[in-house]
Design a binder for this molecule. Structure first.
Ligand SMILES: Nc1ncnc2c1ncn2[C@@H]1O[C@H](COP(=O)(O)OP(=O)(O)OP(=O)(O)O)[C@@H](O)[C@H]1O
Ligand SMILES: [Mg+2]
Length: 323
């Protein structure tokens, strides 16, 4: 079946910037022109590339942080990849320079960006000294890069343990040299307590654990935290980890139950933003798009607010009062 596929949009349109800043689309256009920032046409709307959004937001005092964030959770299918993908895209649309690192041999994050990397370098080849990290970086769009993954990465664990590598610094040593080029390095992991995931955790500033409203998820969370605590003691390292409630459905009693349960037991760790269960998250991947290509998607605003919180730009318009 042939289909006409519109590419995913890795940019913001004027209305989205207007909404963020609480001003009119016309005011966005005038302010951008005053700052010498050019727009381009997306249908009948003016749109701005991430680097231009960045110039605009920086001129309003927004500071971009430098963070390495790993998505980890022992339970499979907890939405690590989908959440990492949509968060990375939104951070980038808001002007952040983002490097996505797919370290799950399933290569789902790589698939989300629609790359087939058969015969292309992945992280394993870098770690094994076969190429440089730069050789493995794919430029997806303006200031959005990806280090892809495929089954070759399943030998990373063997590589770490067989050659008695320094687990503490194995991942950090490879990633650190390029970190300063990005505001966010977002690492997607497989659901396991592998040496690779331990090394990733030790190289990260923050670990995001997606939790869902079900018993298996609660069990996986408990085990994940126990393991982080154990590793932390062994390596004398304090992990900064947070829970992100996803697959929330307000009509389900279990969603209410687990929201209360996670909120009670992990009050200081649970992020205030909750990601709703929404078939458009799946539809977007299927259609080679992101949740931000679906204007009416229920989870769109959730991902948007999550990214805004990470950049500290939620309510920026209200705080400043004008463009
Ligand atoms: N907010 C959401 N609403 C509805 N479905 C979702 C949502 N987020 C993810 N999904 C779906 O849930 C399934 C599991 O998601 P995903 O593959 O991201 O999980 P994962 O934790 O990365 O899995 P794995 O442990 O295998 O790596 C996918 O089919 C995905 O489309
Ligand atoms: Mg995954």
């Amino acid at each position: 079946m042939s289909e006409l596929v519109q590419p995913a949009k890795y940019f913001l349109n004027q209305n989205e910037i207007a909404q963020l800043l609480g001003i009119s689309p016309q005011a966005v256009s005038i302010a951008a022109k005053q700052r010498g920032i050019d727009s381009f046409k997306d249908g009948n709307k003016a749109a701005y590339n991430p680097s231009d959004v960045r110039s605009y937001l920086e001129s309003r005092g927004v500071k971009y942080p430098q963070r390495v964030i790993a998505f980890q959770m022992l339970k499979g299918g907890s939405t690590k990849t989908s959440t990492a993908f949509n968060l990375a895209v939104r951070l980038n649309q808001y002007g952040a320079k983002v490097l996505c690192v797919d370290l799950d041999p399933q290569g789902n994050l790589t698939d989300s960006f629609c790359y087939d990397v058969t015969n292309e370098p992945v992280f394993f080849h870098v770690a094994n000294g076969e190429c440089s990290l730069n050789d493995a970086i794919i430029n997806v769009s303006d200031s959005l890069d990806l280090i892809p993954s495929d089954f070759e990465n399943s030998t990373l664990d063997f590589l770490i343990t067989s050659k008695n590598r320094d687990l503490r610094n194995f991942i950090a040593n490879i990633i650190d040299p390029v970190k300063s080029r990005y505001d966010f390095v977002i690492i997607d992991c497989n659901p396991s307590l592998s040496p690779l995931n331990i090394s990733i955790a030790l190289a990260s500033d923050q670990i995001l654990i997606p939790v869902n409203p079900d018993k298996y998820s609660a069990k996986g969370l408990k085990k994940t935290i126990e393991e982080l605590t154990r590793i932390g003691k062994e390596f004398k390292h304090t992990f900064d980890y947070n829970l992100l409630f996803t697959l929330y459905d307000g009509r389900e009693a279990t969603s209410q139950k687990y929201l209360i349960e996670y909120g009670t037991h992990y009050r200081d760790r649970l992020l205030s933003t909750v990601i709703k269960k929404n078939a458009d998250v799946k539809n977007a991947i299927d259609q080679k798009k992101t949740i931000f290509d679906f204007k009416k998607a229920a989870a769109r605003e959730d991902f948007d607010l999550l990214a805004q919180d990470m950049l500290g730009i939620r309510n920026i318009g209200k705080k400043e009062g004008r463009a």
